[in-house]
Design a binder for this molecule. Structure first.
Ligand code: HDC
Length: 683
């Protein structure tokens, strides 16, 4: 028994040494360990018996365990080889019955492609002119060596010494020797590196002939055969020198980029005949890259690490068509172009001029790649242009986006900015975050829309000529609608668009629409702002608004139902601006002079906030949740410190109001109304 156990242990060691899959080995090792521990446990748990029988029992146990260990390890070994076979060879990709032409196959990448395909059953035409790197001379040696190598390994290959420019002859070699052609790998290439000034016509032509024309000619000659057999796999070889440019390689870069263009169309034309054309963008150590790449990189760029990628692209299993694959050093990735969202350069379908100044003003939008996307085909390009025109017709111009975060502190600061005061006990709910009814004053939500307009070129993007800037813009009108329950803190995302542009002679009126959504995508707020751009009129635009611009409404003719007065403070604008509208027009005397005002004027939205407070206090018991919407026109400027008189008329759930200045009697807000969900005032 001892002898047989020793044999068994040797057997186990031998099996373990042969293990390739160590994770599998450890799995089984621990299974066995578990068995042994279990057996020992069972033994000690068993009732006591005579010592002799005990020794017998231990021997028996060990004998059985060792036999079992062998069975288990043998099982593991069998599984290991099964895994190995199925991973490495079980579904071995073969090319039996396929005929492949590999151009420039005398060395480097081409040689590796030829060897790999031949090893896996393809009959290979090893094309190589046998010239130098720069395309001089010719020799049969390079192709012959590769053919001999293939044959010595039992493969089938034939040499072809034609220039790829004579593509028909290359393909003839395939047909004469093997009767068909299934795979074309356009790999032949030369270099004639010179900086742009020094490139001769010959440098240009030769490089283009070998890379671009050669690929075209071989592909064209193979085409009828592939079409007839309803099968073909074509590879074009491009280069990062083409995609990114490389100093001294203008000729080569142009040809390599040309190959991508060639592949794009060949892929489209071949699709219905099951002829696929893909592009490989290799970085490989070859005679073309020797001396160009750093040594450390050069050593790792083994062509045999790229060949399997190309072999896969050439296999019937590969469904890609028109794909560009970059590969190097045992790494591969798909490459494709993307296009930015872009920017419409006209304000309406009627406007048929685009000025360089306008392009300058929106350049950051033209070049913004934030939402860049891949375009699949040329039909998508035309489809997109049609969409642009339809949007222009519907007056949907460019989209703008902005984020707006707010907390209780912002609500309180805003409330103070529009005159809420702790002197009025009813205002505490707007000023104290621990108040049981703490809530925002609804007009706070004009801010996301306004700040989007101020932080982007939304308004100036609408004007065909001349910019809108802080020296010539005035807030003309505002509409605000609250669409859902409003929170006391959160983060909103606002999207904005220019909705209308009017030419009022003395100025242009740009109407913007902004929608603000909460973190869950819920639409909370709609804003529509009309910005009066002084001096930007007379551009030949239309005068009247389009449908959808919310009109102002005249107040009823009778005397007001109710009036409230609020005195603004001299610091009103200084306080209000801290809510975000930092326009210097409202605080900087020098700036206001430039804008045409003797002293800084109050923010329009600040006076609107005062007016909303008045209506809310009178008709909604200061309950913001009853607010639906408000519309105002800013008819004249207000100086901080002036007293506002808000006259109100109740018409159902609509409260019309006009705001005027007590000291001058001048109307500053006209055509205004606020809609409530219900009225709480007892009249
Ligand atoms: C970039 C990001 C965006 C930034 C947003 C804003 C940032 C803020 O910091 C800016 C502000 O808060 S500015 C302060 C608040 N606004 C004001 O004080 C403006 C007061 N209004 C005025 O002075 C004049 O109405 C005035 C000067 C606007 C127009 O007066 P006039 O030139 O005399 O025009 P008028 O002859 O009365 O009318 C000509 C046509 O224009 C229409 N119109 C008049 N006032 C308008 C107004 N406020 N809004 C919209 N349209 C207005 C008239 O209806 C008339 O049109 P039409 O000829 O078709 O009848």
């Amino acid at each position: 028994m001892l002898r047989s156990n020793t044999e068994h242990i040797f057997k186990i060691i031998q099996i373990v040494i042969e293990f390739d899959n160590w994770s599998l080995f450890f799995l089984f090792f621990f299974t066995i360990l578990f068995f042994i521990i279990k057996a020992i446990q069972d033994f000690f748990a068993a009732p006591s018996f005579e010592p002799k029988r005990e020794i017998q029992f231990i021997k028996k146990i060990f004998h059985i365990q060792i036999r079992e260990i062998i069975y288990i390890f043998r099982g593991a070994k069998a599984m290991e080889s099964f895994f190995y076979r199925s991973k490495m060879s079980g579904d071995l990709m073969r090319y039996d019955g396929r005929v492949a032409i590999v151009t420039g196959a005398g060395a480097g990448l081409g040689r590796e492609y030829a060897l790999l395909l031949a090893e896996r059953g393809a009959k290979v035409v090893v094309n190589d002119l046998g010239g130098t790197n720069s395309g001089e001379g010719a020799s049969t040696r390079a192709a012959d060596l590769v053919v001999n190598e293939i044959k010595s390994k039992g493969g089938i290959a034939v040499a072809d010494y034609n220039s790829v420019v004579d593509g028909a002859k290359v393909v003839e070699t395939a047909i004469d020797n093997f009767g068909r052609v299934d795979i074309v790998i356009n790999n032949a290439g030369i270099l004639r590196d010179r900086s742009i000034l020094k490139i001769s016509d010959q440098d240009w032509d030769l490089v283009h002939d070998v890379h671009l024309k050669g690929s075209f000619k071989v592909t064209q000659a193979a085409w009828p055969h592939m079409k007839k057999q309803n099968y073909g796999r074509i590879i074009m070889t491009s280069s990062n020198s083409g995609i990114y440019g490389n100093f001294g390689q203008a000729n080569y870069s142009a040809a390599k980029m040309g190959l991508i263009g060639l592949a794009n169309t060949v892929a489209i034309e071949g699709d219905k005949y099951n002829i696929h054309c893909n592009v490989i963008i290799p970085t490989a150590a070859s005679r073309l890259t020797q001396g160009i790449l750093p040594d450390m990189l050069f050593d790792e760029l083994k062509p045999q690490l790229i060949a399997p990628v190309v072999a896969y692209l050439c296999h019937k299993l590969c469904e890609d068509n028109g794909t560009y694959i970059e590969s190097a050093a045992g790494w591969a990735a798909k490459v494709h172009s993307v296009r930015g969202k872009g920017c419409v350069l006209r304000t309406s379908i009627e406007q048929d001029i685009v000025t360089p100044e306008y392009v300058r003003d929106v350049w950051s939008k033209v070049t913004n790649m934030k939402d860049a996307q891949h375009v699949d085909n040329i039909a998508e390009v035309s489809g997109h242009l049609i969409q642009v025109l339809e949007n222009l017709q519907d007056r949907k111009l460019n989209d703008f986006e902005d984020d707006f975060k707010f907390s209780a502190k912002d609500l309180i600061l805003y409330a103070l900015g529009i005159g809420a005061t702790v002197k009025d006990a009813n205002d505490l709910r707007f000023l104290y975050e621990n108040d049981a009814d703490f809530q925002p004053i609804p007009s706070f939500f004009v801010l996301p829309g306004l700040l989007l307009s101020m932080s982007t070129n939304l308004v100036s993007s609408a004007l065909p000529e001349g910019k809108a800037d802080l020296t010539n813009i005035l807030h003309g009108e505002q509409y605000l609608e609250i669409c859902d329950d409003i929170p006391t803190s959160g983060s909103l995302t606002s999207t904005g668009e220019v909705f209308d542009v009017m030419d009022k002679g003395s100025g242009a009126v740009v109407v913007t629409n902004t929608n603000s959504f909460d973190e869950n995508g819920r639409l909370l707020v709609k804003n529509q702002s009309s910005i009066f751009v002084v001096g930007a009129g007379k551009f030949g635009g239309k005068k009247n608004p389009v449908n959808g611009v919310i009109p102002i409404l005249p107040a009823p003719k009778r005397s007001p139902d109710f009036t409230i007065q609020y005195k603004t403070s001299k610091d009103q604008a200084a306080l209000y601006r801290l809510s975000g509208d930092l326009n210097p027009l409202h605080i900087d005397p020098n700036f206001s002079l430039i804008a045409g005002y003797k002293i800084p004027i109050l923010h329009g939205l600040c006076s609107m906030g005062f007016s909303v407070r008045a209506v809310l206090a009178k008709y909604a018991n200061n309950n913001s949740s009853l607010f639906k919407c408000v519309k105002v026109r800013f008819a004249a400027p207000i100086i901080p410190g002036q007293t506002l008189k808000i006259d109100m008329w109740k018409e159902g759930k609509r409260i019309h109001f006009v705001t005027s200045i007590v000291e001058t009697g001048k109307n500053v807000i006209i055509g205004a109304y606020m809609d409530l969900k219900e009225i709480t005032a007892k009249l």
